[in-house]
Design a binder for this molecule. Sequence first.
Ligand SMILES: Cc1cc2nc3c(=O)[nH]c(=O)nc-3n(C[C@H](O)[C@H](O)[C@H](O)COP(=O)(O)OP(=O)(O)OC[C@H]3O[C@@H](n4cnc5c(N)ncnc54)[C@H](O)[C@@H]3O)c2cc1C
Length: 505
Amino acid sequence: MKDLYDAVIIGSGLGGLVCANILAKENLRVCILEKNQQFGGNLQTFSRDKTIFDTGVHYIGGLDKDQNLYKYFKYLEIIDELNLRKLYEDGFDIISFDNDEKEYKHAQGYKNFSNTLLQNFPNEKKAINKYCEILKKCCDMFPLYNVEEGEPPYFKNPKILTTRAKDLIDSLTKNKKLQAVLSGTSFLYAGDADRTPFYVHALSVNSFIESSYRVVNGGSQISKLLVRKLKSKGGDAFKRHEVNEFKFKDGKVNSVICSNGKEIKGNLFISNADPKLTLNLLNTNLLRKSYVNRIKNIESIIGCFSLYIVLKPNTFEYQNRNYYHIKDYNDIWNIQDYSDKTWPKGYVMSMGVNNKTSKWGETLTVMTYMKYADVKEWENTFNYAINRNDRGSSYEKFKKIKTEKLLNEIEKKIPNIRNCIKKVYTSTPLSYRDYIGSNKGGIYGYVKDVNKPLRSFISPKTKIKNLFFTGQCLNMHGVLGVTVGGVLTCSEILGQKYLLNKIRN
Ligand SMILES: Cc1cc2nc3c(=O)[nH]c(=O)nc-3n(C[C@H](O)[C@H](O)[C@H](O)COP(=O)(O)OP(=O)(O)OC[C@H]3O[C@@H](n4cnc5c(N)ncnc54)[C@H](O)[C@@H]3O)c2cc1C
């Protein structure tokens, strides 16, 4: 560990790793401090019964040659080493509903996407074409999303922030089934009827329509490559270094203190931890109370309950696609709004892939929403990667009941699913709260609300000159969104024109 770093980064989630690599490429002495025993945050993988599961990455968009994420990963020098498997071009996502035998496919490539939908909705050509057009038009307005410099579009056109996704999609057609199919992957951004802006839908869905890939052996491949690249440029990365205090000098951050007692000094600091948690550690009057209160009052996105299923050998064919099942197609935007009786209103099913995967799958992950309130009873129990604890038998019982309920739903779609299961592991919002440090175990950062668009807006800059934020709680979540966010944070340090020139060249 050096006596002084040019940049100290708190947290090794994707945002932290992207910033660290950008700054190390500029010859800054960079150090990443990670509380866990594995780098990557939501890119982490974990192993059960000799199989690998992802914490938070099931597929990635925009990775075909010369697409947006391809360009960013090329600049970060990881694209050529990434081991990816392209999902089925003619149906990477399948949308299905209760009481409907049909499976509605989302295909890759806009022409393929609309032609595939037309097979199920032959009279809806106009609506489908219009949908594709507005999706692309919306994405074209975001310069960094297109690896271009420029101001965010809402500076000139605030309507972008206030256009509701549900309203815009529903306005395209009266066909309720088509509306539901177009909105069917809303789990990608935790879509909600009253609040989700259309741009959040567009930026998420567009990248997957452009191209969709799974990361072989899981998302940790990305974090491992980024840590290796960082170290090759002289950067340092330390696991088991939880930052729990910031120290100030002359109105700036001077150092951070880790729970192991180490003090790390730096010239600038970037927090990749949830901003709410970062503010709890700052303990300073250098930030305005109104600013601190605003961030503390932003609502975090809902959490999830996941089943990590280890499959019996040679029982379940590997599906090179994801399944989004929603019980009631009229209720597609209200899946988060469940009661004990109606849970789960839908789920997403995805499979892991490794180098050997051909006919049979080894793992199946099923996710559905879960509110923090559902696990509040155990919120005073903690189970960290480096300090394992039991939350007690009532929690285990709760998880067992939820597992059975979710399996009963899956059974309706895959009647023999229980015969294929070797073992089931589970996670709840408390797992994400403790392992990732996300506020209330929220999956994708903070709620973006068309009714209060600026309330959840957080700039990467703070009033403390040498303290910056990055990560999914800022602009957009997801591998693409957080990578773009990392570039935005570093643009504040290096200058956007300068950085974008480097990335494009
Ligand atoms: C269930 C789920 C499924 C998902 N599926 C996909 C998908 O299929 N495709 C996709 O593109 N995206 C997906 N995402 C979203 C994507 O994984 C995230 O948006 C992204 O990885 C978040 O990156 P981040 O930079 O915000 O960091 P995070 O992943 O939030 O990591 C933050 C890091 O900071 C560390 N940290 C926190 N506090 C401290 C501290 N005090 N000191 C030191 N370290 C600290 C944490 O341990 C963690 O490593 C999914 C997310 C979830 C939860």
